[in-house]
Ligand binder design. Sequence first.
Ligand SMILES: [Zn+2]
Length: 214
Amino acid sequence: MTHLPERLLAGYRNFMAGRYAAESDRYRSLAKQGQSPKTMVIACCDSRAAPETIFDCGPGELFVVRNVANLVPPYAPDDQHHGTSAALEFAVQSLKVQHIIVMGHGRCGGIGAALNPSAEPLSPGDFIGKWMNLVAPAAEAISGNAMMTPAERQTALERISIRYQVNNLRSFPCVKILEEKGRLTLHGAWFDISSGELWVMDPKTGDFERPILD
Ligand SMILES: [Zn+2]
């Protein structure tokens, strides 16, 4: 018999005794009635930027898809395997979420790779390199800006990429139509891992601001 890492088994014991015990009614009713989250989050795989943790959400509240650097490949109805598009289709058409948040974060390794495209690929497939080609035009523009420090370039591309991804969401006809009807709102957000600050994108200007919390 194989064993999960001890840390995870201990965590699972805590979950069963703590959170599951406290929320077992909610889990049972979610199992019976199905999920109906109001919000989809498109986040990075990074272990430090988990949406459920940052938004303090319980089971059934967030429909989450995570990929390297929280990218949204543009609408492409072909025969390829589009994981993010499949999640988006389900969230919008079946779950009828009211909000979609593209959430990036500081010190993102995927964005760092996009800014350093000549680095040696991690494997012969160079999946990260090809994936991050989605932001290559913005990465090239920022890399050529000698006025910025490397850290400034990194943060700038993390945020510019979020604007790109929100725009890519609109390339999906179902998203565009529902947004125009006022039934779906698109958001961008950027999480600063070291300070815990969440910066939210202004939908009109595209600038990122810290929300005023009561
Ligand atoms: Zn990341």
